[in-house]
Design a protein around this ligand. Structure first.
Ligand SMILES: [Zn+2]
Length: 371
């Protein structure tokens, strides 16, 4: 398994590189146990891997949903090259080792070991390793679009993301907005002939300073948050800018309607336009992911906690593809090896013994629900 994990980490699956190489590594690994898989590929290097281990039984299948892509490593701070999967003191270092190639190695190995053992399962295992979770969830959306309607009712969906073996059933959603103000360019020496888009943005920023998203805090997830994290505008120091834009990162709670926030923004802009005719601003969605909230008291979550020996469930700060699988109507749980603290940073690593432990957990989970 270590060789398999290292090969997965060495396959650079950042946004520009695509996921095809990693999908092929997994497909080859599965085939060593005689497990067929399908690589659904598009745009020359994008790929989802899908495998279904058929059983003769009638229990509801388990779906394991992974993602193949990783975030950019950045240039600073790495002690060993991010795509070399160097092993030091029991840890495998590299971009994606924790998020989430360690989890992929563990679930693929668990499935292989069960198939190799000849155990008779009473329900199917469905394994999906999707593209683009870190950018636009294109892989998960594509899988649900093409196969979601054909799937039988599932027992549950498990995301082998790094949770340090805690059972995670909730996370906030994400709404990334871009607000652009438009003006009219003029020579910098005659600003009265133009409309300064940065000036209009100053008005927007002042309004947003006082804007509160109207939602009650969640008992596990806390409040909804909003942070303006990028700004750009203007071209030359002697030209009145005709455009300025900001990027806003909003983290939302379960049940919250993203459109309500967009409507609020549009109302604010309409009011500002009423006060000053030349004011022009528009809001657009850069990316959105729904929040996740699985019922902690359902049988699946309770049984899941008892198999893995967890006293309860918890919420996390990061988002996942989980909400894309929620429409399948089965409980969604996030559970896997690795620390979320090391993800998306230099010197990301996973403790190899934790990957081995994860194999045992996943086998026990499969045996619990499918035998
Ligand atoms: Zn992840």
């Amino acid at each position: 398994m270590k060789r398999f994990l290292r090969r997965l980490v060495e396959a650079d699956t950042t946004a520009g590189k695509g996921e095809l190489a990693a999908a092929e590594i997994i497909s080859a690994e599965l085939s060593q146990s005689g497990i067929d898989s399908t690589i659904d590929s598009w745009d020359s290097n994008r790929a989802n891997l899908i495998a279904r281990i058929k059983s003769a039984g009638h229990r509801r299948p388990l779906l394991f949903a992974c993602h193949l892509d990783v975030v950019e490593p950045g240039h600073e701070g790495w002690e060993s090259p991010p795509f070399e999967a160097v092993e030091r003191e029991g840890r495998i270092y590299g971009r994606g080792s924790a998020d989430m190639k360690g989890g992929i190695a563990a679930i693929v190995t668990a499935v292989r070991q069960l198939v190799d053992s000849g155990v008779k399962l009473a329900g199917d295992i469905i394994l999906v390793a999707a593209a683009g979770e870190e950018t636009d969830s294109c892989g998960a959306k594509r899988f649900i679009r093409d196969f979601g309607g054909k799937l039988p009712k599932l027992a549950g969906v498990i995301l082998p993301e790094p949770t340090e073996f805690e059972v995670v059933t909730a996370h906030r959603g994400m709404l990334w907005l871009r607000v652009t103000t438009k003006g009219k360019a003029a020579h910098g020496s005659t600003p009265q002939l133009g409309i300064n888009a940065i000036g209009s943005m100053k008005t927007v920023l002042a309004e947003l300073e006082n804007y509160k998203i109207d939602v009650e805090p969640h008992k596990l997830l806390g409040g909804c948050s909003m942070s303006i994290n990028t700004i750009s505008g203007g071209r030359e120091i002697n030209v009145v800018p005709d455009e300025c834009s900001i990027g806003i990162d909003i983290r939302t709670l379960p049940g919250q309607n993203h459109q309500d926030i967009i409507d609020d923004f549009e109302k604010i802009f309409a009011r500002l336009k009423g006060e000053r005719q030349e004011f022009k601003a528009a809001v657009s969605v850069v990316r959105e992911v729904a929040a996740l909230q699985t019922d902690n008291n359902c049988d699946f979550v309770r049984d899941f906690c008892s198999v893995v020996g967890a006293g309860g469930t918890r919420a996390v700060g990061f988002t996942t593809d989980g909400p894309h699988f929620a429409p399948l109507g089965a409980p969604v749980v996030i559970f896997g090896p690795g620390e979320s603290d090391v993800c998306h940073k230099p010197n990301e690593y996973i403790v190899f013994a934790d990957v081995e432990k994860a194999v045992e957990y996943y086998k026990n989970i499969i045996l619990k629900f499918l035998t």
